[in-house]
Design a protein. Structure first.
Lengths: 118, 114
């Protein structure tokens, strides 16, 4: 079946980087964009960026432009989101979600909790 | 950037009664191709968000027909014809029109059962 499986929870120190993976299965990996969305504890959803696995082009939210890098590995059908210079406000659940152009984010990963401690 | 504003932020509903959530954008979401780039999502407690509606009014696969989306331009509405207990959660609208691509969510509307 179609699913996105994310890597496990992470605990990082302030100033460090974190890399979260999202493995896609059950569909043609290069046919769908992959987005990253995060949710701080008790807060709403915040869009971070997306990648076109077919070619690797990316778009990022302005507030993350300098700190986030989204990449993909077509050989393993994985997308990666790396966030650098972590601070306490980056403590959140990070989700990957796929999109077939303009038809919404229809499949979501289970989420990865990233905790940043000082 | 396009700002999305939802109302109400909290919505207590009696089972079997209808419910309505408003989403307004700071700029028109109507593309020259005639599509409104507005989605609705539901995040049930403890779960990942799920897609309900895309392009303003198209129901996603498997979404019950008691959910409907309407609106155009800057004003959109999600309606639930008869609320059921399983509809509890936080509803978000999201725009996807901005160029270069930057997507933004509304603050969320928490639906609870009375």
């Amino acid at each position: 079946q179609v699913q996105l499986v994310q890597s496990g929870a992470e605990v990082k120190k302030s100033g460090a980087s974190v890399k979260v993976s999202c493995k896609a299965s059950g569909y043609t990996f290069t046919s769908y964009y992959m987005h990253w969305v995060r949710q701080a504890p008790g807060q709403g959803l915040e869009w971070m960026g997306k990648i076109n696995p077919n070619g690797g082009s990316t778009n990022y939210a302005p507030e993350f432009q300098d700190r986030v890098t989204v990449t993909r590995d077509t050989s393993t059908s994985r997308v990666y989101m790396e966030l650098s210079s972590l601070r306490s406000e980056d403590t959140a659940v990070y989700y990957c979600a796929r999109e077939l152009a303009v038809t919404g984010l229809d499949i979501w990963g289970q989420g990865t909790m990233v905790t940043v401690s000082s | 950037d396009i700002v999305m504003t939802q109302s109400p932020l909290s919505l207590p509903v009696t089972p079997g009664e209808p419910a309505s959530i408003s989403c307004r954008s700071s700029q028109s979401l109507l593309h020259s191709n005639g599509n409104n780039y507005l989605d609705w999502y539901l995040q049930k407690p403890g779960q990942s968000p799920q897609l309900l509606i895309y392009l303003g009014f198209s129901r996603a696969s498997g979404v019950p027909d008691r959910f409907s989306g309407s609106g155009t331009g800057t004003d959109f509405t999600l309606k639930i014809s008869r609320v059921e207990a399983e509809d509890v959660g936080v509803y978000y609208c999201m725009q996807g029109l901005q160029t270069p691509p930057v997507y933004t969510f509304g603050q969320g509307t928490k639906l609870e059962i009375k």
